[in-house]
Design a protein around this ligand. Structure first.
Ligand code: XMP
Length: 518
């Protein structure tokens, strides 16, 4: 069991595969209550071991009538004595399980609905208006509640919320976790505080103290290494471990030659001077570039970079000798991805990290951020005094510019992309847009077009600008950059970066596209 679950009132969210499951967790945590997401079919003992103060059954895309519909694998109503809240599919599972009637709809009901509270004494709707807007996204609906239950709210003429078994079991058809349900957070908080009587004793800041104590006890006098990338996650993880074991940790910062302009030098000095981290900088740009020579296939590029990275890391760790632990900046979405109801997601792109190293070197992992979301990591970073310009940085992939140069990675292509990247970043900062965008970067296309510069014909490369908004990088929309900003960026790119005579803007969202082009 995790340290968090051990020391705080815990809410368990059983995931039936809804796209909103992580949002439920966000809302619970924003209310300062610790929670964990577990797959709907988790073993009973695993759930019980967390001593939940309450359980939330998430929504899901299935119909309870589907042959392979996810169902509860044991009778939670008998096995658990804590309050339970079913949301959307979660409500239908409870209703179907206890003898209510669920009917399939011919089409999915999607969008706003007006909710009318019919039982003003229901703790779920306490201190709320008797009518409110709610967000719906469902196919089936419950037409008859199980015995011992009654309807607590309706939309038009159909049932939308129910309560039963002496105020212990609740269900809502709408989605309280989404921003489109304005009173949703209060409804969830009524469940947390009025029904479950959970204590609001969790905060990302509280994690700092807990993790420092835990890491100190775990590591003792042993040596620890950490791969620093200059990104938010590894920086905050290293800073947290530094708080715990100080000089016992050595951070290794590898220059892959695929980094942003001056990144290797400036970030290293920031780590050393402002954050007092013990950093070893390794310039391996030559190794990476020669291994990538002539390679065009995106997956091959990623695999080569991963392999060279491990070789260098292994060599440096070997030089230090006697290392027992490896620090990684794994975040909660990475953890959920691998355990969710959908199972480990198919590999779309091999991610570059120090995967493989722990087994090869028999290292034990320290992942102090594995229960946190990205913005919680930023909050902790602030608490630990990590400089703001580092915390606000756009994510940068491990394989760096190699996956933004379509085709072969050459020193000239890298020069071109570095210069373009700098211009885009500068202009977005000048326009005060940098912080509202998840990521913005140039992609060098393997396409040449004809242009005219001065009186001369040119035949040069096309550069694409990719800019997206996102909450966690798992889904993204293309950023609606103002035309004048795009115009300024394009003019500067073409006039200042030699080798480009055309700029295009990527207007695809994720899915179906991905953020990086390779
Ligand atoms: P995609 O392209 O999969 O990217 O939509 C989602 C987010 O992940 C980043 N990304 C990576 N980060 N190593 C990383 O550390 C990688 O190999 C990698 N590939 C993609 C990408 O920049 C975006 O923020």
């Amino acid at each position: 069991m995790s340290k968090q679950a051990d020391s705080h009132d815990t809410i368990i969210i059983l995931d039936f595969g809804s796209q909103y499951t992580q949002l439920i967790a966000r809302r619970v945590r924003e209310s300062n209550v610790y929670c964990e997401i577990l797959p709907y079919n988790s073993a009973k003992d695993m759930v019980l071991a967390r001593r939940p103060k309450g359980i939330i059954l998430s929504g899901g895309p299935a119909s309870v009538y589907d042959e392979d519909a996810p169902k509860l694998t044991y009778d939670i109503l008998q096995e658990f004595q804590c309050p339970i809240l079913g949301i959307c599919y979660g409500l239908q599972v409870i209703a179907a399980d206890l003898g209510g009637v669920v009917t399939p709809s011919t089409n999915r009901e999607y969008g706003y609905a007006r909710l009318r509270v019919t039982d003003k004494n229901s703790p779920l709707f306490m201190d709320l208006p008797s009518e409110m807007d709610v967000w719906m996204s469902h196919g089936d609906h419950v037409i008859k509640v199980p015995e011992g239950f009654h309807v607590t709210a309706q939309t038009a003429d159909s049932l939308n919320a129910m309560e039963g078994l002496s105020g212990r079991i609740f269900g809502v058809q709408f989605h309280p976790e989404v921003a489109h349900t304005p009173f949703g957070k209060q409804i969830l908080q009524n469940f947390l505080f009025k029904v479950c009587e959970a204590e609001a004793d969790w905060s990302p800041q509280a994690i700092v103290g807990e993790q420092v104590t835990r890491i100190k006890a775990l590591v003792g006098n042993e040596k620890v290494i950490c791969g620093l990338s200059g990104g938010v996650d590894s920086t905050v993880a290293a800073t947290l471990v530094h708080e715990a074991v100080g000089g016992q940790q050595t951070c290794i910062f590898v220059n892959t030659g695929l980094l942003k302009e001056a990144e290797f030098e400036t970030t290293q000095s920031l780590f050393k001077q402002k954050m007092h981290l013990n950093v070893v900088g390794v310039d391996a740009s030559g190794d990476f570039l020669s291994a990538l020579k002539g390679v065009i296939d995106p997956e091959e590029k990623r695999k080569i970079i991963g392999r060279v990275f491990i070789e260098i890391f292994e060599r440096e760790a070997g030089r230090l000798g006697g290392v027992k632990y490896l620090v990684q900046g794994t975040l909660y979405p990475d953890v959920i991805e691998s355990i969710s109801v959908r199972g480990p997601s198919a590999v779309i792109k091999s991610h570059h990290n120090v995967g493989g190293l722990p087994e090869r070197m028999k290292l034990k992992l320290i992942e102090p951020l594995r229960e946190l979301f990205k913005d919680e990591v930023r909050t902790i970073g602030r608490e630990l005094g990590v400089p703001e310009d580092l915390l606000g940085r756009h994510p940068f992939p491990g394989p760096g510019f190699a996956v933004r140069i379509l085709g072969e990675v050459t020193p000239d292509h890298l020069r071109l992309l570095r210069a373009a990247d700098l211009i885009i970043e500068e202009e977005l900062k000048l326009a005060h847009l940098y912080d509202s965008i998840w990521q913005a970067f140039p992609v060098l296309l393997p396409v040449s077009t004809v242009g005219v510069m001065g009186d001369y014909r040119t035949y040069e490369r096309v550069l694409a600008i990719r800019a997206v908004t996102s909450v966690d990088g798992m889904t993204a929309d293309w950023a609606r950059l103002p035309h004048d900003v795009l115009g300024r960026i394009s003019t500067r790119l073409i006039s200042e970066v030699r080798g480009i005579n055309r700029v295009v803007f990527d207007v695809s969202s994720k899915p179906p596209s991905t953020i990086e082009w390779e």
